[in-house]
Design a protein around this ligand. Structure first.
Ligand code: NAP
Length: 294
């Protein structure tokens, strides 16, 4: 029996899947939720077998009490500065105060260690939090999974089903990392139980280029799709700057249009060169054709 794993962000898309994956491993899970959280979301977590703790993250003493005896904090929070930097710092300070030995940050994205600061607003916030995490007296881990594979169902320019096209910038053969939320959650559950997990773990359910995506869609019976060059990376960067300047309200929005373009820019700028998929036995990885078929 493992010491409890604390999950902050358990009411979210990834967090809920993580709670399920931890429970499947027989681990005891404490879900930290905000006091005003929707009771239906709390009931769903209780149904999964999690112990739900309603905590105001600004209340350090209450957080430390909720942490008692835990072996790892996993954050799957999503947001802008007040969440990625401020709320995660509150979680981190409480972990140190309560003597929790490990912290997995809410990264779950492309490898921003390879990307220049200033090119993705969220990655800059992650970097800012990582600097605090790296100075804290506990063991930190970050999981870099590329894009959630589910983005391929959102009609983004990379895979636009209504237009029947796969769009790319710069290089049609550039391989992009995709990991389903379920695979990310299953791997994160294993990492949460791995006291020797390293600082960085890189995973992907599949790595495919735009050109390969066209072929895979055909194999999945979803073709034919056209392969369309949308410009160079420099042109995409310039378009992002223009769009950002034209949409100041987006500074307060988590998924502003230009932020989505910044994620696309990251997908075409960095890739995981080696993967840690095999670190834990028993995990399976989503096949791209099966994913596109479904
Ligand atoms: N790689 C990719 O393609 C990709 C795509 C999407 C997300 N992500 C990343 O994956 C991680 C999880 O995202 P997700 O999609 O699961 O997010 P989500 O569904 O929006 O869930 C966000 C969670 O954060 C909590 N939260 C938000 N603001 C908070 C605050 N101020 N204080 C405390 N809790 C707060 C929410 O709690 P409530 O229920 O109380 O609101 C919820 O549990 C994030 O790091 C996100 O950036 C990656």
């Amino acid at each position: 029996m493992y010491a409890p794993i604390l999950v902050a962000g358990a009411t979210g898309e990834l967090g809920g899947r993580l709670v399920g994956a931890l429970r499947q491993r027989g681990t005891s899970v404490r879900a930290l939720v905000r006091p005003a959280t929707d009771p239906a979301k709390i009931a769903a977590l209780a149904q999964l077998g999690a112990e739900v703790q309603r905590v105001d993250f600004a209340d350090a003493a209450a957080l430390a009490r909720a942490y008692a005896g835990a072996s790892c904090v996993v954050s799957t929070l999503a947001g802008l500065r007040e969440v990625i930097v401020n709320a995660q710092t509150q979680l981190l300070h409480a972990a140190v105060a309560a003597g929790v030995p490990r912290f997995i940050a809410s990264d779950f994205c492309s490898d921003y260690t390879q990307q220049a600061p200033g090119t993705n607003r969220i990655f800059d916030l992650r970097r800012e939090f990582q600097a605090r995490l790296d100075h804290a007296p506990l063991a930190a881990t970050s999981i870099l999974n590329g894009a959630f594979a589910e983005v391929l169902t959102y009609n983004i320019p990379l895979l636009d089903w209504p237009q029947r096209q796969v769009g790319y910038w710069e290089d049609a053969d550039w391989r992009i990392d995709f990991t389903t939320m379920a695979d990310t959650a299953a791997f994160t559950a294993a990492a949460a139980l791995d006291a020797g997990a390293p600082r960085w773990l890189r995973i992907a359910s599949f790595q495919v280029s735009p050109r390969e995506l066209v072929g895979l869609a055909a194999q999945a019976g979803r073709g034919p799709l056209a392969l369309v060059r949308l410009g160079s990376r420099a042109e995409l960067a310039a378009a992002i700057q223009q769009r950002r300047a034209a949409n100041p309200a987006g500074e307060q929005q988590l998924y502003a249009d230009w932020q989505q373009m910044q994620y696309l820019f990251s997908m075409f700028s960095v890739q995981n060169s080696s993967l840690d998929n095999d670190r834990y036995a028993g995990l399976t990885w989503q096949n791209p054709v099966a994913f596109l078929t479904a």
